[in-house]
Structure formats: C-alpha cells, structure tokens
Design a protein around this ligand. Structure first.
Ligand SMILES: Cc1cc2nc3c(=O)[nH]c(=O)nc-3n(C[C@H](O)[C@H](O)[C@H](O)COP(=O)(O)OP(=O)(O)OC[C@H]3O[C@@H](n4cnc5c(N)ncnc54)[C@H](O)[C@@H]3O)c2cc1C
Length: 392
C-alpha cells in the first residue's frame, strides 16, 4: 500500500528541520521530512552561522530578533545545542551609507533590538586592533554572534523526530503529482507518498522541485568560499563578528585563535554554479584576496596564517530575498527557498511562518509580503537599504 502523510517537507537543512518540527509540534500527525543526502548535508552544513539582527527590511529584522531569542534558549526549546556563541556583531559603513545605517538602527531600537551607532573611536574600544580608515560609523549589536549550523539543524531534527516526524535520509524526491490543481503525491527513489501538502525547502535545488509541478522560481545556485585564518598571538582577545560594507567582507571569530573570512559581494551571486561539481575548496587566489580584505581592517593579520577553508552554495533570487509562500497555482504546494546566503539565522522564524501558513491559511506573526512568490512575475522586487543584497 502507498505510504500517506499529512505533510511532506523536502530538504533537511535548518529551514526544513524547523518547519517539520513546527508542524509536528502543532499537532500535525504524519509529517515526513525527506533529505536526499543527510541532515545539513547541503548549504546549512557549510554555513558560517553568523547570527545578526541587522537587516534593513523590517520583517527580516523581526524574524532575526525572534530567532536569536531561540538560539539563546535553544536547549530549553528544542533540546540539544546550536553551539551559539554570543560575541556581538558590528556593521561598518562609510559616509555614503551612514544615513541608511542610522535609519536601520532606529527601526531596530523601535522593535526592541539592542543596537547602537558607534563612532570610529568607540569602535576601536571594541577592538583596539581595528583599522577605522574610511569608516564613518558602525552599528553594534551586543546580542549577535555565531552558531554551529550542522549541530543546530541536527538538534532541531532530533526534536522533530521526538514529536513523531518520520525523517528519511538518502531519499531524493524525483517527482510530484498534481491532480486538478491539487498536489497529490511525492515520488522518491524509495517509493511514493500520498499527501495533499508539500513544502519545498530544497535550497539551491528549490527551482528543480518547483519545476516538477510546472512552477518557475528564479534561483541561481552560486558558489561562495570562506577562508579560515589563524589569528596571531597579538590578536587572541575576544572580538565581535565584523561586517565590513566598505570592503564587502565579513570576519567571524572562531574561538580565540582563528577567524573565518567571507565575502558579501553581490556580483558573485549571479554566477551559476553546477550544484554537483562545483569546487568545494577556496582557490589560491581566493585565499590571497580574502586575506587581503581582513588585513585592511585588521593589519595585525599580516602575521596570520591561512588554514584552508571551504566553499558552499547560495540559492540566490533576483532580489536576494527568499520565497516563503503558498504557490497560488498549485493547491497544497508551499515554498521556503531562495534564502540567498542569509537564511541560517532565520530558521526558527521560518518554521513559525510556514506553520501559520499551512495551519491557519496566513501568517499573522510577520508581514511576509516581501517574500511573495508573485513578485517576480509582477516585476516588483523587494528593495533593501544597502547595495549588498545579501544584507537584506
Ligand atoms: C559558505 C556559506 C556561508 C553562509 N553564512 C551564513 C551566515 O553566516 N548566516 C546565515 O544566516 N546564513 C548563512 N549562509 C546561508 C545559510 O546557510 C542558508 O541560507 C541556509 O542554511 C539554508 O537552509 P535551508 O534549510 O533553506 O536549505 P539548505 O541548507 O540548502 O538545504 C536544502 C536541502 O535540500 C536537500 N535536497 C535538495 N534536493 C532534494 C531532493 N530532490 N530530495 C530531497 N532533498 C533534497 C539538499 O540536500 C539540502 O540538504 C551561508 C551559506 C553558505 C554556503
């Protein structure tokens, strides 16, 4: 007999695990989570895991604010650990973006985020080794930091299992069946599952899953390296996560001895990568250029030592914002895809949104209009306050 489910979630990254958990936690009986590799085996497992609330789009700031509370109290909510380390985070801008930063911080303070605008002198008090050349000001969030994405996703997945979710790994979805506009069946390499509710959370493969039901979602899978460097003995004191809009880079401390460097350049998001064969290591040139970018902000890193790194995929949409929506053309087909390199920290809130969409028919907690599926068809892309789309 064909297996049946009340809901099938496709994709075992942070967002798929969070959605499956949320549905089961709200009483949905037969939830199946399908993952073609293993939990966090896609971009989630390669994420830098930076957790910040600094977004110019208010909905994203609210989602990040709520999700951060979850990461801070992770063990009580899900059990297990997310490996959250609260070191604070700082956004650095030059004069031309100072006004956007101030407006953003005012919005954050209104919604309850602890954030303040600091002068270059005040920024140097956070870390005396910071070079503030060209920096007009910075936004400091003491509550930000970073987590361990693979650990977080697996912990949420364990919590979902404990609530009755059937988790099937090494179980790729190979097709979907629709009858008279209603989703009816998920086809996998292990057999078929009859269901009237499917949630596509397949990240860079999200447009392939949507194509099974004739729905087009513009996602460019693009490759993004990160480089790991050893900090010299002179720079072993605590330091926050730094996001340098001027040099389009971010620096995330890893314990007291290492720092991870990534890029926030938008251009890279439009270069299509082959999701199966892309190079998973940084090249020599990438290591050299990322080392240069941290040396501009922290000249002490001229004494640093490259220790390798890795590369992962972003699922980039034309406006760098996700689609979180019920797809109007196909009843029972929901999508949460296209997180464009900034979707780890939002995981808990994405679960809340999808739970409300599926169980109540609309999202009451957040204004999710920036993530509407139809915006691409209508040519009404979501706008952000900075030139780097990933910052949202
Ligand atoms: C290098 C890098 C650094 C990043 N840094 C940050 C950061 O600092 N902060 C932040 O918030 N975000 C960051 N991100 C982005 C963040 O990691 C992602 O947005 C987030 O993890 C996406 O989670 P997801 O659950 O939506 O999807 P994914 O993690 O993409 O998971 C999708 C899953 O679907 C599975 N799948 C695909 N096709 C099928 C199929 N046919 N059948 C079954 N399963 C399928 C895949 O195997 C995959 O596991 C970074 C990403 C990368 C690559």
């Amino acid at each position: 007999m064909k297996e049946t489910a009340d809901a099938v979630v496709i994709g075992g990254g942070i967002n798929g695990c969070s959605i499956a958990y949320e549905l089961a936690n709200h009483g949905v009986k037969r939830v199946v989570l399908l993952e073609r590799r293993h939990i966090a085996g896609g971009p989630t497992g390669r994420s830098s895991g930076v957790i910040r609330q600094h977004y110019t789009i208010e909905t994203l700031a609210r989602m990040a604010f709520d999700s951060l509370r979850v990461f801070q109290n992770f063990g009580e909510i899900y059990g297990g650990s997310a490996g959250f380390v609260q070191v604070g985070d700082v956004f650095l801008v030059e004069q031309k973006e100072a006004e956007s930063l101030r407006t953003t911080v005012t919005m954050h303070q209104r919604i309850g985020i602890r954030s303040s605008v600091l002068t270059p002198d005040e920024l140097r008090q956070l870390d005396p080794l910071l070079d503030t050349s060209e920096v007009a000001c910075g936004a400091y969030e003491p509550d930000g930091g970073y987590a361990d994405p693979a650990l977080a996703a697996n912990s949420i997945c364990d919590a979902a299992r404990a609530h009755g979710v059937a988790v099937k790994q090494r179980c790729p979805v190979v097709g979907l069946t629709v009858e008279r506009g209603q989703i009816k069946c998920v086809k996998t390499t292990e057999g078929e599952i009859a269901t009237e509710t499917v949630v596509n959370v397949a990240g860079p493969w999200g447009s392939e899953i949507a194509a099974f039901v004739g729905v087009e979602i513009p996602i460019t899978p693009s490759r993004h390296p990160v480089v790991l460097l050893q900090r010299p003995p002179r720079w072993r004191h605590p330091t926050p996560v730094w996001v340098d809009l001027i040099n389009a880079a971010y620096f995330k401390p890893e314990g007291a001895t290492k720092v991870l460097v990534g890029s926030i350049r938008s251009e890279e998001g439009h270069i299509r990568a082959d999701t199966e064969t892309y190079s998973q290591s940084p090249s020599y040139d990438e290591i050299a250029s990322y080392s240069d970018s941290i040396m501009k902000r922290f000249p002490v890193m001229s004494e640093g030592l490259a220790q390798g790194g890795w590369a992962g995929l972003y699922d980039v949409t034309p406006d760098w914002q996700p689609v979180i929506d019920h797809i109007p053309d196909v009843k029972g087909f929901y999508c949460a895809v296209g997180f464009s390199g900034h979707g780890f920290k939002l995981g808990p809130a994405v679960g809340t949104i999808m739970g409300e969409l599926i169980l109540e028919g609309s999202c009451k907690t957040y204004d999710i209009s920036p993530f509407r599926y139809e915006r691409f068809r209508e040519g009404r892309l979501t706008r952000t306050g900075y030139e780097h789309g990933i910052l949202g």
